[in-house]
Design a protein around this ligand. Structure first.
Ligand code: NAP
Length: 483
């Protein structure tokens, strides 16, 4: 541990404790043992953090883009220097295998680098006017104070994917990380402190989600809430934003279908399906939630999948050889058990897995494949967030596309085929914000990530990601001497 855990919140450049002397226990999900406890903040600390961000805003926004980007470059380098320490902390509080945690730290750092560069490319526009005496400009301006609310499944990358573009755009930030995984966020804020970010520019408040959330939503100082988490909380924030007409950027839940066509490279499809389904123990928003496989290759595909899933090693993420770690908590485990129980009670066949695994005492569930699934089963419509995959069969392309689109979610969809025409036509028909063609790893700092339908609003990453943090100021100038 690098932080003094009695002071876990960062407000106006100081590490502070909780005014109410309440605490959050941070547990290791692989053992259910307490790692540490940190102060739990509420409306009081949130108000102070918002004030600090407000006071720091003008000076930060007036810095040149190059000045702002310098802090991000330095933070990028420091984060990579600390990769090993940050990765093991991430594994301890979140559970994912160490190699995945290392990958997440690199991914998190890549947003610092990308937005260090993008800070310098925030261009405005000159519009050709319809009158000779007019000059029309569009000038991008930072929106102001931003609240960034992050989930536990990517405790580092979801922080930098929001904080980096916000700072690059000239916004100041109040960060609220998830209660289960505040330690990685604290370490990232420490990095910004160490690179000399001016006080008040980045603040961190962890604690009571409703009190912190309400304070943020009631505040007319906060001009944008950037949120990653469940669709349920996203909808609450949309209601709250109406009070002060805030901007919202929402990265919400998903229910990704993975389509395997008859002509697919089956070995590739199997390997990628496993990578997509079981990484982070199935707890990513773009994890495959349902597989649809063509009837002519179903036997082959399921047999190969079963062989490889049976070989996955389950255990504490801190062990280098482990492939699948624990779920985050009891609630996550209960949801997985409920979906499997519901499916089997309605006739699903467990090909492998299908039960809890005790291991070192954490929230483990065996990597599971379900066959003979029907649309009535909860797992076909509810986000699973666990290591279970249902496999359904299709006969025609239209049937597969209709099944894939039959959801309120619209985050990511994957398809496997060697036929370029089919890849393009199916991609065009899929109602999703992100499509992976023979590729289940679309997330990267330089591309826009985000869902449609009830999976969210706005994009993170790419040049689109910084736009969320900007307002377009329109300027009309009348030039006196021209008619
Ligand atoms: P969650 O329960 O919605 O929590 C997300 C964040 O919101 C946490 O910091 C949480 O705080 C906070 N929160 C909870 N209630 C709140 C309220 N009333 N007001 C303000 N903030 C509140 O989601 P989660 O379980 O942490 O994360 C899993 C979900 O995130 C999944 O649905 C997943 O698909 C989605 N996700 C989406 C993306 C994407 O890019 N689209 C990426 C990753 C995850 P506490 O932790 O203190 O409760």
């Amino acid at each position: 541990m690098i932080v003094d855990t009695t002071k876990g919140m960062f407000i106006n450049g100081d590490w502070v404790g909780s005014e109410s002397d309440s605490w959050i226990e941070v547990l290791n999900p692989a053992t259910r043992e307490k790692i540490t406890e940190i102060p739990s903040g509420s409306d009081i600390e949130t108000k102070k953090a918002i004030q600090a961000a407000d006071q720091a805003f003008t000076e930060w926004a007036e810095k040149t883009a190059r000045e702002r980007s310098t802090y991000l470059y330095k933070a990028y380098n420091l984060m990579l220097e600390r990769k090993e320490k940050l990765a093991s902390l991430l594994t301890e509080e979140q559970g994912k295998p160490l190699n995945e945690a290392r990958g997440e730290i690199e991914f998190a750092a890549s947003f610092l680098l990308w937005y260090a560069e993008e800070a310098n490319r925030v261009y405005g526009e000159m519009i050709p006017a319809s009158k000779k005496n007019k000059r029309l400009w569009v000038v991008p301006k930072p929106v102001g104070v931003v609240a960034a609310i992050t989930p536990w499944n990517f405790p580092a990358a979801m922080v930098t994917r929001k904080v980096a573009p916000a700072l690059a755009a000239g916004c100041t930030v109040v960060l609220k990380p998830a209660e289960q995984t505040p330690l990685s966020a604290i370490e990232i804020v420490k990095i910004f402190e160490e690179v000399g970010l001016p006080k008040g520019v980045l603040n961190l408040v962890a604690g009571d989600p409703e009190k912190i959330g309400n304070e943020i939503m009631e505040s007319s100082t906060v001009r944008l809430v950037t949120f990653t988490g469940s669709t349920r909380v996203g909808k609450l924030l949309m209601e709250g934003a109406a009070k002060t007409v805030k901007k919202l950027s929402l990265e919400l839940g998903g229910h990704a279908p993975l389509l395997v066509f008859e002509d697919a490279d089956l070995d590739l499809a199997v390997d990628q399906a496993i990578a997509s389904k079981y990484r982070n123990c199935g707890q990513t928003c773009i994890c495959t939630n349902r597989i649809y496989v063509h009837s002519n290759v179903k036997e082959q595909f399921v047999n190969k999948l079963e062989q490889k899933v049976k070989a996955l090693q389950i255990g504490a993420g801190s062990e280098e050889t482990v492939d699948v770690g624990p779920l985050i908590n009891e609630e996550g485990l209960a949801k997985v058990k409920d979906q499997v129980q519901d499916a089997t009670s309605k006739g699903a066949e467990v090909k492998t897995g299908g039960k809890q695994w005790e291991g070192p005492g954490g929230y483990f569930y065996e990597p599971t494949i379900l066959a003979n699934v029907t649309d009535e089963m909860k797992i076909m419509s509810q986000e699973t967030f666990g290591p279970v995959v249902p496999v359904q069969v299709f006969n025609h392309e239209e049937e597969a596309v209709a099944a894939a689109n039959n959801t309120d979610y619209g985050l990511a969809a994957f398809l496997f085929t060697k036929d370029l025409d089919k890849a393009i036509t199916v991609m065009e028909k899929l109602e999703y914000g992100i499509i992976g063609i023979n590729d289940v790893f679309p997330g990267t700092a330089e591309a826009p990530f985000g869902g449609i339908k009830q999976s969210g609003l706005g994009k993170e990453g790419g040049h689109e990601g910084i736009r969320e943090f900007l307002e377009m100021k329109y300027v009309s100038v009348a030039v006196a001497d021209k008619k």
